[in-house]
Design a binder for this molecule. Sequence first.
Ligand SMILES: Cc1cc2nc3c(=O)[nH]c(=O)nc-3n(C[C@H](O)[C@H](O)[C@H](O)COP(=O)(O)OP(=O)(O)OC[C@H]3O[C@@H](n4cnc5c(N)ncnc54)[C@H](O)[C@@H]3O)c2cc1C
Length: 495
Amino acid sequence: MIKEVDILLVGAGAMSATLGSMLKQLDPDLSVVIVERLDKPLQESSDGWNNAGTGHAAYCELNYTPQQPDGSVNVERAYGINARYEVSLQYWSYLVKLGALPEPTKFINPVPHVSFVWGEDNVEFLRKRHAALIGHPMFAAMEFSEDPEEIKEWMPLVMEGRDPSQKVAATRVPYGTDVNFAAVSLGMIEHMKTQDHFDLLLNTSVKDLKQDADKRWTVSLKDEVTAENYDIKAGFVFIGAGGASLPLLQKSGIPEGNGYGGFPVSGQFLVCKNPEIVKRHMAKVYGKASVGAPPMSVPHLDARIIGDEKALLFGPFAGSTTKFLKKGSVLDLFKSIRLNNIWPMMRVGMKSFDLIKYLIKETFQSSGARMKALREYYPEAKEEDWTLLTAGQRVQIIKKCEEDGGKIEFGTEVVHSSDGTLAALLGASPGASLLVPIILETIEECFADRLATEEWQTRVKEIIPSYGISIVSHENLFMSIREDTLSTLKLDVVK
Ligand SMILES: Cc1cc2nc3c(=O)[nH]c(=O)nc-3n(C[C@H](O)[C@H](O)[C@H](O)COP(=O)(O)OP(=O)(O)OC[C@H]3O[C@@H](n4cnc5c(N)ncnc54)[C@H](O)[C@@H]3O)c2cc1C
């Protein structure tokens, strides 16, 4: 039985898999253990069917390019997200070249990313957005069309049966991606299994953790099969427990975790596996979120490729829940309430009228209402071709804020102890697409001394060629990197 490790990663999801894999690339001698409560890795949010698999690069997500009061479109966030996603693509390309990941089509496929809008104002917005984005080579491949016939060629299901008098517009980037985050993460785990000093403990829950006088962590585990309890000592702990990261962060007792709360929202999608329909839609089509709806509720009609299966997904629909994990407990939310987060949570409850109204409406909507929403994107959709799928849980971050007492955030945040011995990942969006830059930032915070050494500096630049350089402002570097990632990951051939 393992007694001591350098690195203990809680949860076998995409985040822990990536952090473990990156650290083992930087120093293969580090001993790494991933502890997972379920009998298999990647069964929660990172499972292929529990998320939408969109490689978020800001090609199609309209909420990343807000319209300003003067009517202009702000593209800063879109540039930042595209550049960060390129970091994930660089890491996956590096692992593919190393033979440490399976053939790319097993986990990533080119699926054009399309933004689709209707109505005079929205068409005008999309035209401006396109003009503002294409100035940078990151978005130069983006096409714009207001021609219904051309848009129909891009996505026949979206245009067939649509009112011909409706003014429509779309943009398209051919090498948008569909990612099976479970497959890429499983590839990393399988590769780590071939390395020395790596263990994956399944059916094992982390119950508690406390820091000892020597700064190392004693992590209390329970074997869920034998009910045996035991401890492992670790120099560094990463809490990558998805929705359940918050309670473990609270148990760690680090002051940096004070004031955080969580607000769980469950996700649902309509799924179609009818091959006759599936083969007619090869795009991820994102529209505009309705007024007052949170950013993760943007409607989209997606082509998905998961293993050998192809499907269409429409959603997401949200649901009220008190569970922090899909396979969690209804008591999760209540158990996370502490003296230090009750006020921020109450303030958010008092202020988030639009969000609460949205969730109540979503939770109690009928299947007819869901089909009505789908038909805005696929007018001729038939109910018998679609089933409702329960996807993963998102736990949105609630945190203290000076002005207002508390606020809700829809992003991702890594909370780490000041001594760099523990980090926890909270939040859900933009999610798994940006996991590599998030993991790199965690390494910068928690392994600063080692990362400063010549050895790690050389390694990290071999792994991520753009490391430390902004590819937004270095266009030539960006272009050479993109050429490489597109060809290594086979994204330059649109199927
Ligand atoms: C509906 C939905 C749609 C999404 N769509 C997208 C998308 O299109 N694109 C995108 O980039 N991202 C998307 N995301 C986000 C993405 O899925 C997540 O950001 C990502 O999967 C999170 O990975 P993780 O490793 O942090 O968590 P998870 O995959 O949830 O893994 C956490 C693991 O920790 C384990 N665990 C929990 N508690 C313990 C414990 N005490 N002891 C041991 N193990 C424990 C769990 O069993 C689980 O295996 C979506 C998420 C949802 C819910």
